[in-house]
Ligand binder design. Structure first.
Ligand code: BG6
Length: 466
């Protein structure tokens, strides 16, 4: 029976726009998250977030106290490169040098996401991912990162949740809906950008690199062959599409069939597949985010399905695609306070499916539970529900490892509280409470939650206390 590795990367995760704040400080330029106009009512925007830009040192100190072996965060492209001046932004580069150096000083391995939903608005105005120019800009950005951090950072993640960006694109690009054809053309360009980035990383450093899609096992709602077909279809469109391209270098037939039937076939130019198939452009591991499984059934010909391809939706919002699948709730699963299903066994199922399909090391880059947390009179936060969620998932993780899954690390969402993608800071995920609300910035002080002490023990015992 395989055991958890001694060098297992126990850590936590975050993303630049959700944690940093300082949105226009020291030469940072706006990303699509800063120019977004449709912030849901009653929730905060990302201008101050958890103010990590000014609290990063004490935040790292909290991670050190928890015993983190790794910290997965993203670099804001708009902080390190100025499109206005067409040159690197030294102050922005310095910020991440300081953060990385502080982590390394405490033997915390930085795991860096290059791009987490925050495309420079400058590029968006020039067509965003629909323009092939963005592919070249991403390659240029990769070189800048390698020149600066290539010798310090051993683990890189290219694009966070490319699949959710395609499925819920409107939410990421400031609510501006694109046609299905354009969305999948953007998606193709992201695959090319990712392949070029992987090659550059392999050429310019000894680091390892992987994608970071949101992967989750898909269940059929019943044992009818039709529901099973819907599940096979959805898992290919939602999951394998995003791993088959970088790992196998090809588009799977089910994804292609969908594009064909939706009259949305992408334009693959001569040489594109060579870029994707370059031996240096292959991932060393698969980074993946897991929250909960999905359940689908065959579609009803008399129903009108609202496509998820544009709008304010998240990865758990059910949607349907006529003749392909309809996402439904799974009555066997409990739900979080924010109505997301909870499926620890599904976590194991997901890892087993990925391992048998790709046989690559896996790195968990997100898993977690959003809930309403409050400070009590003694400045403590009793988030036992979070401990229960993690305990259940870690039990399954240990079983998956025992069965042979090569998992190299677990970096749950999130290290400290930050702003949810579209539900404000009221939906908290952290081991550390940040004292602010959506309406009131308060003092932004940091307080360890109950889960902080629990996770510290998990890391200290390398999971033996689970
Ligand atoms: C993932 C994203 O989809 O899920 C994160 O990578 C996000 O950016 C997380 O915050 C949780 O989703 P939400 O909608 O609750 O913020």
């Amino acid at each position: 029976m395989k055991k958890i590795r001694e060098d297992f990367l126990w850590g936590g995760s975050s993303s630049a726009f959700q944690i940093e704040g300082g949105w226009n400080e020291d030469g940072k330029e706006p990303s699509v998250q800063d120019t977004k106009k449709d912030i849901p009512e009653g929730t905060t925007d990302f201008k101050i977030a958890s103010d990590h830009y000014h609290h990063w040192k004490e935040d790292v100190a909290m991670m050190v106290e928890m015993g983190f072996k790794s910290y997965r965060f993203s670099i804001a492209w708009t902080r390190v490169w100025s499109y206005e001046k067409n040159q690197p932004n030294q102050k922005g580069l310095e910020f991440y040098h300081n953060l990385i150096d502080e982590l390394l000083k405490h033997k915390i391995e930085p795991i860096v996401t290059m791009y987490h939903f925050d495309l420079p608005d400058y590029l968006q105005q020039k067509g965003g991912w629909l323009s092939r120019n963005t592919i070249d800009e991403f390659a240029k950005y990769t070189k800048l990162l390698m020149e600066n951090y290539g010798a310090k950072v051993k683990y890189w993640l290219t694009i966070n949740e490319q699949n959710i960006m395609a499925l819920a694109s409107g939410a990421v690009e400031g609510g501006k809906p694109r046609s299905t054809k354009d969305i999948y053309q953007c998606n193709h360009h992201m695959f090319l950008a990712q392949a070029k980035a992987m090659k550059i990383i392999h050429q310019m450093s000894k680091a390892k690199v992987g994608p970071a899609p949101n992967i989750t096992a898909i269940y059929p709602n019943s044992n009818t062959p039709e529901d099973n077909l819907a599940a096979i279809t959805f898992t290919n469109i939602r999951n394998w599409y995003y791993l088959d391209v970088p790992v196998f270098g090809k588009y799977n037939v089910i994804a292609m069939d969908m594009l064909n039937k939706l009259d949305s076939m992408i334009d693959i130019q001569d040489g594109d597949m060579d870029i994707i198939n370059d031996p240096l452009a292959k991932p060393d591991f698969i980074g993946f985010n897991y929250y909960a499984t999905g359940t689908v059934k065959q579609t009803d010909p008399n129903k009108n399905y609202v496509s998820k391809f544009s709008g304010q939706v998240d990865q758990q919002t059910g949607f349907g695609l006529q003749d392909f699948f309809e996402q439904v709730q799974n009555p066997n699963l409990p739900k979080t306070q924010f109505n997301w299903e909870i499926d620890p066994v599904g976590f194991k199922n997901t890892m087993l499916e990925m391992t048998s399909r790709y046989n690559l090391p896996l790195l968990l880059t997100e898993n977690g539970i959003g809930g309403y947390d409050e400070l009590d009179a003694n400045n403590q936060v009793d988030d036992q529900y979070r401990i229960d969620y993690y305990t259940a998932h870690l039990k399954q993780m240990l079983e998956a490892i025992a069965m042979g899954v090569d998992l190299i690390g677990y970096n749950p969402w999130t290290a400290i509280d930050l702003v949810s993608t579209h539900e404000g800071i009221r939906k908290r995920y952290g081991f550390v409470f940040v004292n602010r609300t959506d309406e009131d910035l308060k003092d932004l002080k940091r307080y360890p939650k109950k889960s902080f002490y629990w996770y510290k023990e998990v890391i200290k015992t390398n999971g033996k206390n689970i």
